[in-house]
Design a protein around this ligand. Structure first.
Ligand code: AMP
Ligand code: MG
Length: 433
């Protein structure tokens, strides 16, 4: 396990007092490791979990060639570009059981969607395209010329999944679609990585827990609820350690308790340079921690590293994310750094949702040399393109604009001022929260 200094030494442009957002992410991807324990869960419990083994398909899906339409099945070799095809209907194939008869040349079988293709037949004409023919006492259909090719409207055996081949790979995040796919294979139980355990506590003598009486200079602890919400949406097991007063013994006890039970520890507050508190001192004492000023807004100060579970065993440690105190800075640093790092720890190999491009409806001031996140409302414009406008007070403590916003405008490190009408990147909350 590499020390924080060793990881920093591998990174180009590592400057703890002016770290770029991309360097922070590069650092974190080297710091964290996926959990190693697996467990078996039922499909109902599997949503949001991450597969710990390749899943080999036990069957072919679909298990037979079958019809994609309600219509008439026939042998496509009889099709001709020159003339319509006149076929006698010799039976009906229903979904759920095989039609037992034999259709010869000049014959077809009425077939329902999903029904097994009768032996020797490979093409289906949808019922709306045929006309009845007076031949054979109305028991015949006419297929217009030039409409179909052999194989049309037939689903092939194994066209979705092939028996013996991986249907899903290790590291797959189990979305509703993935869970449905597992069910289509008849699988009831899957191996997943165990849930990530994440401990959280807020720091600061001015922070009130809910239920405490308001007092001068004090604010209620909102960070605990935003962070716990973000963690629950990620499917982590949350260990809530409340608010910890700014006293060395209490902080030490909280860190040791957290490190003892969790894979990762998240704290808020007390990481800015020059804070008159013990949080930084205690992080340094109990672990291997770097203190950064990140070139971003909001969310400048952050502490990252490991807290040792046992002071004599340096390899056994919980990852530490010491987030700033300001409520919006907490959410932005979580989305920018903590979320991708936790997904890596959860064993997920999913590529992050791409940022969208939207037209900025107003000019935006932006200083090159830092990444800025602005709360915005993204909407579809009358010409069909996406537009975004900044919403509300952008102060790093203002949660109301965070509630109103449906995404963050991400103004990249090197970017300067934005003119009205320019394209900007946006991170939609729906894709991440
Ligand atoms: P700090 O990073 O400790 O300097 O805190 C920066 C600002 O965030 C201060 O105004 C704090 O009062 C506020 N703050 C810190 N922790 C919390 C919290 N858990 N909930 C709400 N606000 C907080
Ligand atoms: Mg503080």
């Amino acid at each position: 396990m590499k020390t924080v200094d060793a990881i920093a030494a591998e990174l180009e442009g590592y400057d703890p007092f002016a770290l770029s957002v991309s360097t922070v992410n590069a650092f974190l991807s080297k710091l964290v490791e996926p959990v190693a324990d697996e467990e078996s869960v039922t499909l109902v419990q599997a949503l949001g979990r991450v597969l710990s083994q390749d899943l080999i398909s036990p069957i072919n899906v679909p298990p037979h060639d079958n019809s994609a339409m309600d219509g008439y099945a026939f042998d496509g070799a009889q099709l001709s570009a020159q003339a319509p095809l006149n076929l006698k209907v010799v039976g009906t194939a229903f979904a759920g059981k095989a039609w037992q008869g034999v259709a010869r040349s000049g014959e077809c079988v009425k077939i329902m969607t999903g029904a097994i293709m009768p032996t020797g037949l490979n093409t289906v004409v949808p019922q709306e395209f045929v006309t009845r023919s007076p031949d054979f006492h109305d028991m015949a259909v006419v297929i217009p010329k030039g409409l179909l090719q052999t194989g049309d409207n037939r689903r092939k055996l194994g066209e979705d999944l092939i028996q013996g081949q991986p249907a899903l790979r290790k590291g797959q995040l189990l979305t509703p679609a993935a869970v449905g796919l597992l069910a289509s294979l008849g699988i009831e139980q899957v191996s997943v990585w165990r849930k990530l355990r994440v401990a959280y506590f807020s720091t600061g003598d001015e922070i009130l827990s809910l239920g405490e009486a308001p007092r001068e200079g004090a604010v209620y602890d909102s960070n605990r609820y935003t962070v716990m919400g973000l963690l629950m949406r990620l499917g982590c097991e949350v260990i809530d350690l409340g608010v910890v007063r700014d006293q060395p013994a209490l902080l030490e006890a909280a860190f040791m308790r957290a490190a003892g039970v969790a894979d990762a520890i998240i704290t808020s507050g007390g990481v800015s340079v020059g804070e008159a508190d013990y949080t930084r001192t205690m992080m340094k004492k109990l672990g291997d921690v770097a203190f950064w000023k990140i070139a971003m807004r909001p969310g400048r100060p952050m502490a990252v590293g490991r807290i040792l579970k046992n002071k004599s065993v340096s390899s056994d440690a919980a990852v530490l994310f010491g987030l700033p105190g300001n409520p919006v800075a907490v959410m932005v640093t979580f989305l920018a750094f903590v979320r991708p790092a936790l997904l890596q720890m959860m064993g997920s190999t999913a590529t992050p949702a791409p940022l969208l491009q939207a037209r900025s409806l107003t000019p935006l001031r932006k200083k090159p040399g830092r990444t800025e996140y602005q709360r915005g409302i993204v909407a579809t414009l009358s010409d069909g393109a996406l537009g975004v406008k900044v919403i509300g007070n952008q102060g790093s403590g203002v949660l109301s604009s965070m509630v109103q916003a449906n995404g963050l405008i991400v103004l990249h490190h090197a970017q300067g001022d934005v003119a009205a009408g320019d394209q900007v990147a946006v991170m939609m909350f729906d894709s991440v929260i």
